[in-house]
Design a protein around this ligand. Structure first.
Ligand code: XMP
Length: 529
């Protein structure tokens, strides 16, 4: 757990990665800090983290499967309020002496529970309510001291509790939106049963983080590699709020950024925040580095390793810098599997630290966002005064436009791609804005999640005016996704595609054709290289 973690926090014991994250999100949405811990954490280690309450997540296993994750029984004896969902419900039952049976009929999707008796967990919610179920096994006998508080036609113990020990559990998933009163149940647990306060708000978070960074840094100098991306920008704004001019931002411009991007970084950080900013013009260095290189992985490798060379050269030039700030975020840590360290943040960092420090170079790391989810990072950015156009940007790959130019990267191709890409972004930003006005949702079902132009390494014949042309095509890629793991091509209205096409051929010289990529991921990827 990070040092600045507020005293009050809810530990989510994760029995299956996707469930734990969602629960932590829901708790944080209610302004209570929450962290995910591995389900096999020993009771004493968990107690040392001083959580105020525990939630046991769902998980894909059957409690009786040989390799089913177990829980240290001592955890349920710590005297902490506990709420278990699905697998968490069943593991609580069997650990405390109840029974779980394999039922003939599973329950998947919406189900109606009927409540039985008074329960603080269900306070203020109706006698019958729709919940989201996903199980085959079910609790067949509750542990001693427990009572059943709801059931469905096929599930005799849809929820149970031992109020005197503050132990509660539900077979259904209150964390999913389809559970009609899921949010109220969580509120009842956090505020009614555990007596927690909703103090995890952006203002408090900023104050805490600022204090933490000041304590960690002291009077040392800190350097930060600014890419213009959301995470590094928010870290820059936060660290600058904490230590002012002790922070220097180094912006390595490799020349493969989108049109207008270097200017935006300068304008925001140098002009608006007055952060000491070194803009390293490495465009020529990269041009030479990539000359003749056509293989995608080789491009990525060269760009990545050169970035750190340029960065460390600059750090040495500045001199006296002992610390490096990084925009690592919570999913980076969770996905790297490092959480198996049981919340030992220092171990996590050395696992996670992928920066190839050169021989003899060392920096202490500060990663103030390492326990934030992406949309919390954005919220923090807004609260720190970063402009929306920086905070709500679409994802952009580190190797930049180089992986959207198929074949060799040349300055001529870069110019064509930057101009075409600017048009795609302008038109689709406007399209997303119209959807936002219509639906009131930033990421509505049909809004584009990522959209850009790609330049393939071919030419085709066209006719412009009375002239035959032999020029480049531009591929437009626009996808809907929520996490980039899978994506579908965006079903854009024809008039939007048409406008993008006619603007590109009219405004970008060297282009005579525009095509639209209609491939989902999988089988394609979002990027072309
Ligand atoms: P793919 O092309 O694998 O991309 O479907 C998934 C998401 O990751 C982004 N991406 C990258 N981001 N460095 C990054 O920081 C990279 O090398 C990189 N490659 C792909 C891509 O834009 C998409 O959002």
């Amino acid at each position: 757990m990070s040092e600045a973690t507020p005293k009050q926090f809810v530990a989510v014991l994760d029995f299956g990665a996707q469930y734990g994250q969602l629960i932590a999100r829901r708790v944080r949405d209610l302004h209570v800090y929450s962290e995910i811990v591995p389900c096999d954490i020993p009771a004493d280690e968990l107690a040392a983290m001083k959580p105020a309450a525990l939630i046991l997540s769902g998980g894909p296993a059957s409690v009786y499967a040989e390799d089913a994750p177990k829980i240290d029984p001592g955890i349920l004896e710590l005297g902490l309020p506990v709420l278990g969902f699905c697998y968490g419900h069943q593991i609580m039952a069997v650990t405390l002496g109840g029974e779980v049976a394999h039922s003939e009929v599973g329950e998947y999707g919406p189900a109606t529970i009927v409540r039985d008796g008074e329960s603080a967990l269900f306070a203020g919610t109706p006698e019958e309510q729709t919940v989201w179920m996903s199980h085959r096994d079910a609790v067949s006998r509750v542990p001693e001291g427990f009572v059943v508080t709801s059931s469905t036609d096929v599930c005799p113990v849809a929820s149970m509790e031992c109020a005197s020990r503050k132990l509660y559990s539900t077979q259904f998933h209150p964390e999913v939106r389809h559970t009609e009163h899921g949010r109220e149940l969580l509120e009842n647990f956090l505020f009614g049963i555990c007596g927690l306060a909703a103090t995890w708000t952006m203002d408090n978070i900023i104050d805490e983080k600022v204090a933490e960074i000041r304590a960690q840094v002291g009077d040392r100098k800190v350097i930060l590699g600014l890419s213009g991306g959301v995470d590094s920008s928010v870290v820059a704004a936060l660290v600058h709020r904490a230590i002012g001019d002790q922070l220097t931002c180094v912006f390595v411009n490799h020349g493969m950024l989108r049109k207008g991007e270097p200017e935006m970084v300068e304008e925001v950080f140098r002009d608006q925040f007055q952060v000491p900013l070194v803009h390293v013009h490495a465009e020529r260095r990269y041009e030479r580095l990539l000359a003749g290189v056509t293989e995608p992985e080789e491009k990525r490798r060269r760009i990545g390793s050169e970035f750190w060379k340029v960065f460390f050269d600059e750090a040495q030039r500045i001199g006296g810098v002992e610390m490096l700030a990084q925009g690592t975020i919570y999913p980076d840590i969770i996905e790297s599997g490092a959480r198996k360290t049981g919340g030992k943040a220092s171990t996590i960092k050395s696992h996670h630290n992928l920066i190839p420090f050169p021989e003899g170079v060392h920096f202490d790391l500060i990663e103030p966002l390492d326990h934030f989810f992406k949309d919390e990072v954005r919220e923090l950015g807004v609260a720190l005064g970063l402009p929306d156009r920086m905070v709500y940007r679409q994802p952009f790959p580190g190797p930049g436009l180089a992986i959207r130019i198929i074949g060799e990267v040349t300055s001529e191709k870069l110019e064509v791609l930057k101009n075409a890409d600017a048009i795609v972004r302008e038109e689709l930003d406007a399209y997303n804005e119209r959807l936002f006005e219509e639906t009131g949702e930033r990421n509505s079902e049909h809004s584009c999640w990522q959209y850009f132009a790609v330049l393939p390494d071919i030419r085709s014949v066209g006719v412009m005016g009375d002239e035959r042309t032999y020029a480049r095509p531009v591929i437009v890629r626009a996808v809907e996704s929520s996490d980039a793991m899978t994506a579908d091509w965006a079903k854009l209205p024809y008039d939007v595609i048409g406008r993008i096409s006619s603007r590109i051929v009219a405004e970008v010289s060297g282009v005579n054709r525009v095509v639209y990529d209609v491939t989902p991921k999988p089988p394609a990827t979002i990027e072309w290289e």
